[in-house]
Design a protein around this ligand. Structure first.
Ligand code: CA
Length: 220
């Protein structure tokens, strides 16, 4: 019996991938190109991408939001699982990374399902709140700068329908959130938000030790 999540050594992690990963070749190529770029650690793990695809399928999402797109891997994972008339709106501030993303979305034949909005996420989210009635979105993935995570969460919460899902990435922050001596702004913001969410009865939640920690929140 296992009382805690397993620590995956390389052998077991490779095994996990070998029996479960169904990564389309275009996504594998994007991952390989991203690995050569600065900030490559921001890329989500492939099994996390596949898990997100499954979630999108499970809830039958049609309108999705992503805050923090980087080179577009997670967006591809979401877009793959959308119906042909589904739509993913991506917020990012870095035009250079976004150009890589758009190239792969095109190559995957999914560019028509993904709309990129370049700019500060807080501004884009305010814009979306003017354009879309509250409760319009089915699914939101938040994976951007950490200090404003609570703002991103609250905005996504208003935009999401009841029964919709919000995912927050990096909530375990390489373990720094569990270290009482670490209180830099990003770590402090994540600590405060993690504690807040534990007691937030507007949502059901699960914090998964997947990748760098992924919290799933279902709006009640
Ligand atoms: Ca991340």
């Amino acid at each position: 019996m296992t009382r805690q999540s397993l620590t995956l050594d390389d052998q077991l992690y490779d095994y996990l991938l070998s029996v479960s990963l169904r990564e389309p070749p275009v996504m594998a190529r994007l991952r390989a190109e991203t690995a050569q770029r600065p900030g490559s650690g921001m890329q989500i793990a492939p099994e996390q991408g596949q898990f997100m695809s499954l979630l999108v399928e499970l809830i039958g999402a049609r309108l999705c939001l992503e805050v923090g797109t980087f080179t577009g891997y997670s967006a591809l994972a979401v877009a793959h699982a959308l119906p042909p008339d589904g739509q993913l709106i991506c917020c990012d501030i870095n035009a250079e990374n976004a150009a890589v993303a758009e190239r792969y979305w095109m190559e995957a034949g999914l560019a028509d399902r993904i709309q990129l909005r370049l700019g500060r996420a807080a501004d884009t989210l305010a814009e979306l709140e003017r354009e879309y009635p509250a409760g319009s979105f089915d699914f939101a993935f938040i994976d951007a700068d950490k200090s404003p995570y609570d703002l991103y969460y609250e905005t996504a919460f208003r935009l999401i329908r009841h029964g919709g899902l919000i995912l927050l990435d990096n909530v375990l922050w390489s373990g720094r959130v569990a270290d009482p001596s670490r209180n830099d702004p990003d770590t402090a913001a994540l600590k405060a938000l993690n504690s807040k969410l534990r007691d937030d009865d507007r949502v059901s939640l699960s914090l998964l030790p997947l990748g760098d920690g992924l919290t799933l929140l279902r709006k009640r």
